[in-house]
Design a protein around this ligand. Structure first.
Ligand code: FMN
Length: 215
């Protein structure tokens, strides 16, 4: 087997983005609502995102800078109003996620641009997106500059979780296929859930029968 190997130090920024964003896939999408000090709502999408801990529930996502080096509105807002709502988007919402992930002037209300319905949150000032199947109301614990580069890691604590009531649950396991979460892939591609594999069943079969023949 041969491999093509790359040194990040010699790649153009665009080349690095191509490799990184096509290899680290699928990436969950945080659809984030924030509010400016002037009360202008903002929505943006972040796929450098994941859960940080369960107890207490923490989320983390990373905000880069615009190509010209300007700070993104989401970070400006979090510095002014350190609260946000992080939504899980489903496949019916891909167009709106994409629209809110493009650049608008700070005074533009992106709920209106993407024709989304704001719902008041219970514990934080930014509004929730009514159309999203799940929403996590969060307070900022840290806005942590990455040790190198210009990105900022946001660490937030989840204060309230909202799950659309028609989603089937088994105890509190929300049905993954019904949630229908999207992920970000390379370029402008999004992933929808395909088939799933039960790791426990496969591991037990492996222990019984050994390494499966590759097709
Ligand atoms: C699906 C998706 C994922 C994105 N992921 C990130 C990300 O992880 N980090 C980032 O800085 N920008 C990301 N972007 C781009 C931002 O959403 C975009 O720069 C947006 O305009 C920022 O908005 P703001 O200036 O209102 O904060 C993503 C966009 C989309 C559509």
């Amino acid at each position: 087997m041969t491999f093509r190997s790359f040194d990040p130090n010699t790649l153009e920024p665009r080349q690095m983005a191509m490799l990184f964003q096509s290899l680290i896939v699928p990436r969950p999408v945080a659809w984030v609502s924030t509010l400016s000090a002037e009360d202008v709502p903002n929505l943006a999408a972040f796929s450098y995102f994941n859960a940080g801990s369960t107890l207490p529930p923490l989320v983390m996502f990373s905000i880069g800078v615009h190509r010209d080096g300007r700070t993104k509105d989401t970070l400006n807002n979090l510095r002014e109003v350190p609260e946000f709502v992080l939504h899980i988007a489903n496949s019916a919402l891909i167009a709106q996620v994409e629209i809110t992930g493009t650049e608008f002037a700070p005074e533009v209300n992106e709920f209106a641009e993407a024709r989304l319905t704001p719902l008041p949150s219970e514990l934080v000032r930014p509004a929730r997106i009514a159309e999203a199947p799940a929403a996590l109301e969060c307070q900022v614990l840290e806005l942590h500059p990455m040790p190198v580069g210009k990105s900022t890691l946001v660490i937030g604590q989840v204060l309230r979780l909202h799950v659309r009531a028609d989603l089937p649950t088994d105890s509190l396991w929300v049905d993954t296929l019904a949630l229908d979460p999207i992920s970000r892939l390379a370029r402008k591609d999004y992933g929808k859930l395909g088939s799933m594999a039960d790791g426990q069943t496969l591991a037990e079969k492996f222990q019984r029968e050994g390494v499966p023949d590759s097709d």
